[in-house]
Design a protein around this ligand. Structure first.
Ligand SMILES: Cc1ncc(COP(=O)(O)O)c(C=O)c1O
Length: 443
């Protein structure tokens, strides 16, 4: 039968060849965002009635689209929370796309869902949770936080009479996604004052506690400063007030894989839910957030969808849509599963330990450099520092110059009201000597 969309075998081979070269060669650090005005003449008009053909369209991808994106997977990308997917995860992700698996229910994706659950159970085991634990991979930490908080409110609403307004309690250093989730849920956010390193203590949370709070969100690696809150103290407080404790470990909870760092998260065994993004510090490609509940049945009460056309769905096994706000989904946790299954959990712990050691070496180098003030860190792998004699404009210009040349992505942030530089290391291939050599130009 004639295909509605004929495509040449040569082009399939060409796309696969480019994919192989990209995985083997890595990303080009000189790539970066272009302006709308630069992109429009090249990409505008690419959708036509008759199509421009696979060769031309793929040419736009390789020559225009990819070069105008920031190579977050490069070892010199040390801003935001970057990404460092393993070659195993990247190549497997390409295969996963080709497999075309519907992982929204057991009927469509049984094998994929079962394998994803192996990876989720590894995380649940590290947290010290038992057989009742389980969850699902969602697109990112923002959605993971929203879904966990929805489950938390549902859980609490079965235990007390509904207050006029619900509230969630978190640190002043909580990620912006907590406020975004609160806005979607139409609830209040109560912020506790963190200490000088950005950590929320049980005392500071207690000081702002209110009767309408249904959940406490603890940071396991605050985005701006890397802080891990006093999870153990917050678990006590949550128990005392019969509250859900959610751990936002989108970035930092990956460090629980490193036995040396694991004690920093003490008390997590008493939390009710956690998130951690494999696309941040667990060496998987975009996009995936592991959302895990200590008692998965609590989440199913909140998230389960029902409709006549869903009656046939096999719910005797694991039904991913019971654990988050979605139905159709790709098996986005599988590249993480593949990389973890391939390399083993020890290699994961070692790679995390390497990045933590790299962050420490960079912080030590900054501390020893005349003209730079080390302000904080590394807490996990975030460092805040400041050039002692540089104007705000010069800091911006320096960051822009190095971002454009591909030498280093190191951007400013604000800490205690002051403009500072922030580094966040998630890539075991980042070389501390290379980074320090570039930072020298700040002095
Ligand atoms: C602590 C924390 N929580 C949540 C998020 C949001 O995750 P995502 O960008 O995957 O939505 C981030 C992102 O950096 C984060 O660092």
């Amino acid at each position: 039968m004639k295909s509605a969309f004929p495509f040449s075998q040569k082009l399939i081979a060409g796309i696969l060849d480019w994919t192989r070269q990209r995985i083997q060669g890595g990303q080009d650090p000189t790539h970066g965002a272009q302006s709308f005005d630069a992109l429009e003449p090249q990409l505008g008009g690419s959708i036509t009635e008759d199509g421009i053909g696979g060769k031309a369209a793929f040419g736009l991808f390789t020559d225009v689209i990819v070069p105008s994106t920031r190579p977050f997977g490069h070892p010199t990308s040390l801003s935001y929370v970057a990404s460092a997917p393993s070659q195993a995860a990247l190549s497997f992700d390409a295969a996963l796309g080709a497999a075309g698996i519907f992982a929204g229910n057991w009927d469509g994706g049984a094998g994929a869902i079962h394998a994803e659950n192996q990876a989720l159970h590894w995380l649940a085991d590290l947290a010290g949770w038992g057989d009742t634990a389980g969850g699902v991979f969602v697109a990112g930490g923002t959605l993971g936080n929203l879904c966990a908080l929805h489950a938390a409110r549902d859980w609490k609403s079965r235990r007390i009479r509904r207050p006029d307004r619900w509230a969630v309690l978190c640190s002043g250093e909580a990620h912006s996604s907590i406020r975004a989730a609160a806005s979607v849920m139409d609830i209040d956010v109560i912020e506790a004052t963190p200490d000088d390193k950005g950590r929320m203590s049980a005392q500071s949370a207690h000081a702002v506690m209110k009767p309408n709070v249904f959940a406490i969100v603890a940071n396991a690696g605050a985005t701006n400063c890397g802080a891990v809150d006093d999870i153990s103290g917050l678990a006590d407080l949550a128990e005392e007030h019969d509250l859900w404790l959610h751990i936002d470990g989108a970035y930092g909870l990956a460090a629980i894989a490193d036995p040396q760092t694991r004690p920093v998260f003490a008390g997590i065994d008493r939390a009710h839910s956690l998130i951690v993004d494999p696309h941040k510090w667990l060496f998987a490609p975009y996009d995936s957030c592991a959302l895990v509940y200590r008692n998965a049945a609590d989440a199913a009460n909140a998230h389960g969808q029902s409709a006549v056309y869903l009656d046939a769905v096999d719910k005797t096994h694991w039904n991913p849509s019971d654990y988050a706000l979605h139905l159709t989904r790709r098996a986005r946790g599988l590249p993480f599963w593949y990389s973890l299954a391939t390399h083993g959990t020890k290699a994961y712990g070692d790679a995390i330990a390497t990045t933590i050691a790299t962050a420490q070496a960079i912080a030590d180098g900054i501390a020893q450099m005349d003209g730079l003030d080390l302000l904080l860190g590394p807490q996990l792998s975030v460092i805040l520092f400041r050039p002692t004699a540089m104007s705000s404009e010069d800091m911006d210009a320096w960051a822009e110059r190095h971002r454009r040349s591909g030498a280093l992505l190191c951007l400013p942030t604000t800490w205690h009201g002051e403009k500072v530089f922030r580094l966040c290391i998630v890539n075991p291939e980042t070389d501390p000597d290379d980074v320090l050599a570039i930072l020298k130009s700040l002095t």
